[in-house]
Design a protein around this ligand. Structure first.
Ligand SMILES: CC(C)(COP(=O)(O)OP(=O)(O)OC[C@H]1O[C@@H](n2cnc3c(N)ncnc32)[C@H](O)[C@@H]1OP(=O)(O)O)[C@@H](O)C(=O)NCCC(=O)NCCS
Length: 135
């Protein structure tokens, strides 16, 4: 049975292990423990999924709990994918964000996932990466 938690009293190495256990690992700074620690500490909504003592899924978001929740990372261990854990992590993230809209950038491996579970594509997403300047 999978259980869920919404607290941030988590072991950082266990969180990093979930990223490493799926294709999100190479797309996040998992080798930079300090940065991963900041990402976790400064997130507003962190939901984790557990198979007994093993953390098997993480949803990490930034939210104002009113208008926008940015779902930054959604990761489920490959060993536990396609069991509905991702959907439940999203549901709980949405609930925690109150009336906020859930917004995210899909990783290549998940481009087909989000429409499948009900998200609407937005064709005008813009980024200013670190080091890029406002002109
Ligand atoms: C994408 C991810 C979070 C999905 O989590 P999951 O727990 O496996 O997904 P669920 O079990 O909730 O799947 C729900 C439905 O989506 C489908 N689905 C799962 N992964 C999918 C994918 N990559 N593409 C399309 N459909 C997918 C499932 O078959 C299921 O379909 P059904 O409801 O018709 O039976 C997980 O595969 C993952 O961690 N991937 C690697 C990291 C990643 O890319 N994360 C997204 C970053 S933006």
């Amino acid at each position: 049975m999978i259980t869920y938690r919404d607290d941030k009293q988590l072991d950082l190495d266990e969180v990093i292990a979930v990223y490493r256990a799926c294709s999100l690992g190479p797309r996040r700074p998992v080798d930079d423990r300090a940065r991963m620690g900041e990402m976790l500490a400064n997130a507003d909504i962190v939901i984790t999924a557990w198979d007994g003592p093993l953390m098997v899924g993480v949803s990490r978001s930034v939210s104002d709990f009113s208008y926008a929740t940015y779902l930054s990372d959604l990761a489920v261990r490959e060993s536990h994918q396609k069991l509905g854990i991702g959907k439940e992590l999203i549901r709980r993230t949405q609930t925690a964000g109150g009336a906020a809209t859930l917004i995210l950038l899909a990783a290549p491996a998940a481009v087909e996932y989000y429409p499948h579970v009900g998200f609407t594509q937005h064709h005008s997403c813009w980024m200013l990466r670190p080091g890029e300047q406002v002109k």
